[in-house]
Design a protein around this ligand. Sequence first.
Ligand code: ADP
Ligand code: MG
Length: 312
Amino acid sequence: EEIRLEDLEGVGRITAQKLRAAGYYSVKDLAFASAHELALILGSEERAMAIIRAAQKLVSRGEEFITAKELFEKRKNIEYISTGVKSLDDLLEGGIEVGSLTELIGEFGAGKTQLCHQLSVIVQLPKEKGGLGARALYIDTEGTFRPERIIQIARARGLEPEKALENIIYARAYNSDHQMLLVDEAKKYIEKNNIRLIVVDSLINHFRSEYPGRENLASRQQKLNRHISQLHKLASLYNLAVVVTNQVMAAPDVFFGNPLRPAGGNIMAHGFTYRIWLRKAKEGKRIARIIDSPKHAEKEAAFAISEDGVTD
Ligand code: ADP
Ligand code: MG
């Protein structure tokens, strides 16, 4: 039985309403809220802290500290979503990690969107086939999601196409504020609909076009940071995988080596646990390279894109 906001000490009906309006729907949301952000809604930082503490007591039951051995045991139970491609799963040592944020980086046509489609199908498969028997939530900022493609990939993976479509909850984000609102709204759907994968394709598109130039950089990065932390919260609170895509841009000051850089600078670099760079190679082949990971060496794997989706 879910605990309601009103059950918390110091939260009455009116306060609960205010909190819900601001996107805090559950005790879990409050337990991981920042006191500063909550104070803006409640009027005082003291009140915010008291409510956060009350929520944390209910959620954590005083088990914040564990030994590394316990953590190691816990990590053995980490779930993965297969990419559906042997070489990529090997590269990632299992697939896309649940509970973490993974960033797919690459130039136009590299295969980022195709992989997002594929993961939205594979997450639906049973565990023994690489999925989680769950649904996907897909936030599309560029208008490149294609149900037709889901049908093809579902057929290739032995899923009933109609069902595969019903198991993907889709929203188009029209600007960066809308995108952030959608992520807040997503909380309402996650538990009810057994969502274990959230896709944001692409994460950065609106932010780049709405905040052009150096003079807007600071505000853009600050907002982007808030957006990434929204996604972090969802990943850990609801034990789901978050996969986002990112564009590359030419760095004007690079004369030797690769002049391309992932967009979004440090905020993106620090925000994602796993960063995978996709690029086109000869004869329609694609190469994936892990460029940042706490557990993988920098290595590469080849894959292809066909009618059936992303393949070996
Ligand atoms: P991006 O990295 O820009 O998101 P996409 O994931 O959209 O790139 O990849 C686009 C590429 O995927 C196309 O250039 C094409 O090579 C390939 N592709 C898309 N649909 C199909 C299909 N039905 N059959 C074969 N290849 C496809
Ligand atoms: Mg794309």
